[in-house]
Structure formats: structure tokens, C-alpha cells
Design a protein around this ligand. Structure first.
Ligand SMILES: Nc1ncnc2c1ncn2[C@@H]1O[C@H](COP(=O)(O)OP(=O)(O)O)[C@@H](O)[C@H]1O
Ligand SMILES: [Mg+2]
Length: 231
């Protein structure tokens, strides 16, 4: 069953001789609770595709459906509400706020919600528990390792339990040990039902997913499952 569908999407930037075609034409269908990796060279169009799937950038052609909702047909504020409820984001450059402690960072997305302060704290602690950092809730980001900081960013992305998690190069700044820690966490969240769409340069990290989609020059060149389906 398709959960997220890209229907012949394309995205251009600029006009005239400055025109860049970032995504030429992509059809893609992602199932509920699937973990998919998007690979490809720098400039291939991976981040543009991810932003379109995640409701952050409208395609110049085609449509994105999430659970049968044509998301870019929604009014701007409805799309923002939809994104908040259904989607969590982790970016390589998505820094933690340095002067807020871990739990305060994780609570940030809840600021605009109607939860009581006590409930916000409870939700943030539960997200920290899921990423194994409950005991470090009161630390400042610079008192954590790189992998732990990324796990805080993941806790922040999943604090309101969005069904879909988008990650753009989540281990881009991490060494191999910290990368492995983050990838194992994503794998575990996925096994608990989290749908994950991740862009990565690393073949090794990509193989944590159920399926790898390779993007080249704004098109999908290969889409293949990592393991044969169990029979
Ligand atoms: N906001 C933008 N304005 C102009 N060109 C852009 C913009 N975003 C991306 N591009 C261009 O689109 C192409 C694909 O970019 P991107 O999706 O970021 O690739 P990737 O994530 O695979 O490295 C690149 O040529 C890039 O320079
Ligand atoms: Mg990119």
C-alpha cells in the first residue's frame, strides 16, 4: 500500500538562462513503515526531492500525495499544520540551540501546540527515552558527543510522534562510530513502525533501509530492495 506518492514530479529553479532543473521527472511510491534511502551524487536532486516529499517545496510539475492527500493543493497554513502533524525532519545542518538544554531543545516543536507544560515535558522525556538519552535531559548540547547531539535532533523530530521522518544526510558530520549509533537508532524507530525517508551519500548507511533509490541528474536511475522479501 502506497503511503507517500510522487507523481511525475519536477522542480526547476530560476528563469531563462539561469534555469536549473533540479528534479527532472520522478515517480516514487513509499509504503507505510517503509525505510527508504535516497542516494546519488552531489547535485543529483536528492535534497530537492526530499523537500518536495516533505511538504517544504512545491514541485513545478506533478503532485505529491501523502495518505491520499494532495499536499500542495492544501492552503499554506493547512499544509503547515499537516507537516507538523505528519512529518518530522532531521537535517545535517539542523543545529541544536546551544543555550537550551537537551529537554528544552526536544520540546521546541511543541511550543505551538496546546499541550500543558507538564505534558510537553512528559512527551519530551518519552522521546528522549526512545533515543536512549533520558538520563542526559539536563545537559547542554556541547556536553554531548556528536552522535548524542544527532540523537537529540532525532528526539526533537519525533517528539510529537509524526508517522513520517525525513532525514537529509543525518550522519554527514559524524565519524563512523557515531554514524552507526544514529543508524541503529533509525533502524529501531523503523522497526517500531516509523516511516523513514533518508538521503545519504554512504552506501553503508543506505543499506540500513529496506530499499535504496538512486537519483542521477534529477531522475531515478535504480530502485531496488536491499533484501529479498521473506517468503
Ligand atoms: N534554491 C535553489 N536555487 C537554485 N538552484 C538550486 C536550489 N536548490 C537546489 N538547486 C540546484 O538543483 C540541483 C540539485 O540540488 P540538490 O537537490 O540540493 O542536490 P543534492 O541534494 O543531490 O546534492 C543542483 O544543481 C543545485 O545547485
Ligand atoms: Mg543535498
Amino acid at each position: 500500500m502506497s503511503y507517500i506518492v510522487a507523481n511525475q514530479v519536477a522542480r526547476e529553479f530560476g528563469q531563462g538562462e539561469n534555469k536549473v532543473t533540479a528534479v527532472r521527472r520522478i515517480d516514487l511510491s513509499i509504503g507505510q513503515s517503509e525505510f527508504i534511502s535516497i542516494m546519488g551524487e552531489s547535485g543529483a536532486g536528492k535534497s530537492t526531492l526530499l523537500s518536495m516529499l516533505g511538504g517544504l517545496l512545491s514541485p513545478t510539475k506533478g503532485e505529491i500525495l501523502v495518505g491520499d492527500i494532495n499536499i500542495y493543493a492544501l492552503k499554506r497554513d493547512k499544509l503547515a499544520d499537516f507537516r507538523r502533524e505528519f512529518m518530522g525532519f532531521i537535517f545535517q545542518s539542523f543545529q541544536l540551540v546551544p543555550y537550551l538544554n537537551v529537554i528544552e531543545n526536544v520540546q521546541l516543536p511543541l511550543a505551538v501546540t496546546h499541550h500543558s507544560e507538564a505534558d510537553k515535558k512528559k512527551l519530551a522525556l518519552s522521546a528522549l527515552e526512545r533515543v536512549g538519552l533520558k538520563d542526559k535531559a539536563l545537559r547542554l548540547p556541547n556536553q554531548l558527543s556528536g552522535g548524542e547531539q544527532e540523537r537529540v535532533a532525532i528526539a526533537r523530530a519525533v517528539v510529537n510522534e509524526p508517522p513520517i521522518l525525513f532525514a537529509d544526510e543525518p550522519t554527514g558530520n559524524l565519524d563512523s562510530r557515531n554514524s552507526e549509533e544514529v543508524m541503529n537508532l533509525l533502524k529501531r524507530l523503523n522497526s517500531e513502525g516509523q516511516t523513514i525517508v533518508m538521503v545519504t551519500h554512504s552506501r553503508r548507511n543506505a543499506e540500513y533501509a529496506d530499499r535504496i533509490v538512486e537519483v542521477a541528474d534529477g531522475c531515478i536511475s535504480v530502485s531496488k530492495p536491499i533484501r529479498a522479501a521473506a517468503c
